[in-house]
Design a binder for this molecule. Structure first.
Ligand code: MLT
Ligand code: MN
Ligand code: ZN
Length: 300
């Protein structure tokens, strides 16, 4: 069994974003049911121990809203056994600071991302003797262990995907760890998690073909949507994110791959698919995609 809970499916800033007055953010301010935290997921092979995929700045609330992640016994406890990072963006790592307070878990990340944590002494609040940092090398499957040394039953294989350096780090140039995809497997089931991806290359298409479950970059509906809305000067391509729609978009690229369940995550607040009645949401659903809200669980 492979259980994956979407803790939040919005992109950086969340829905609504604190300083944004776009139509989507205004609607979400008025309708609490539409509010959505920044992208993070929790995965488990046994329903007991959970591994977070990214630690969003909204993590405290996301844990509070997710019963599977609540303490179960004793005075101090958490089912969270590890955090797997897919990049070094603020929306992926800031929530690590929420996980201070002395609970043992492990951080698994590409060496480039671990370098970022090491270079920012505030992350030392997670003392390495309690929270070890384990290099996650691409194409090298591993089974994360629990703090007690027991196996988790989850196998993780990471791989580099087309992307770009974290926004705050762009001047340092591109590096392998900029955008990592994950293949999780347990009990013969396979799920992929790619919160950031600039392009579906033939090699990536091959890898995803026939998967049971894929969570995929849903940042924008179309490449110039933020420019048209007057929100930014940047295209999706410039931000390292593929669009959902169009001939080179994610829906077209994943359509022929025979994936049983396709789920968009990391959805920007400018993206109309976040609005349940929108024609874009209807089009994505017709194409077989799910646009999940916080708390939605998937079993592969
Ligand atoms: C991204 O995914 O492109 C970043 O999270 C952007 C940001 O930090 O706002
Ligand atoms: Mn992001
Ligand atoms: Zn907005």
């Amino acid at each position: 069994m492979l259980r994956i809970i979407v803790l939040g499916s919005a992109a950086g800033g969340g829905l609504p974003q604190w300083n944004c007055n776009c139509a989507g953010c205004r609607t979400a301010r008025a309708e609490p049911a539409l509010r959505n935290g920044q992208c993070a997921l929790a995965a488990s092979a046994d329903g007991e121990s959970w591994f977070l995929v990214n630690a969003s700045p909204d993590l405290r609330q996301q844990i509070l809203d997710t019963p599977a992640l609540h303490p179960r016994h004793g005075l101090r406890h958490s089912p969270i056994a590890g955090v797997i990072l897919t990049n070094a963006e603020v929306d992926a790592v800031a929530g690590l600071l929420t996980l201070r307070e002395g609970w043992p878990f492990a951080i698994h990340a590409h060496p480039d991302v671990l370098e970022v944590l090491a270079a920012n002494p505030i992350f030392g609040v997670l003392r390495p003797e309690i929270v070890p940092r384990r290099p996650m090398l691409p194409e090298t499957p591993f089974e994360p262990v629990l703090a007690c040394g027991r196996a988790s039953g989850l196998t993780v294989r990471s791989f580099a995907v087309p992307g770009k350096p974290a926004l705050w780090r762009e001047e340092e140039g591109a590096a392998e760890g900029d955008s990592i995809g994950l293949e999780l497997s347990a009990g013969g089931r396979r799920a992929f998690i790619l919160p950031g991806c600039a392009e579906v290359t033939p090699a990536l298409a091959c890898r995803l073909a026939g998967a049971d479950l894929v969570f995929f970059d849903g940042t924008l509906w179309q490449d110039d949507e933020m420019i048209r809305a007057g929100l930014s000067q940047k295209t999706g391509r410039r931000m390292g994110h593929i669009s959902m729609s169009g001939p080179a978009g994610a829906m077209a690229a994943l359509d022929p791959l025979g994936i049983a369940r396709k789920v968009f995550v990391h959805i920007n607040n400018s993206n109309p698919v976040l609005m349940p009645g929108s024609p874009e949401r209807a089009e994505a659903e017709r194409a077989g995609w799910c646009v999940p809200g916080p708390g939605m669980e998937f079993v592969a």
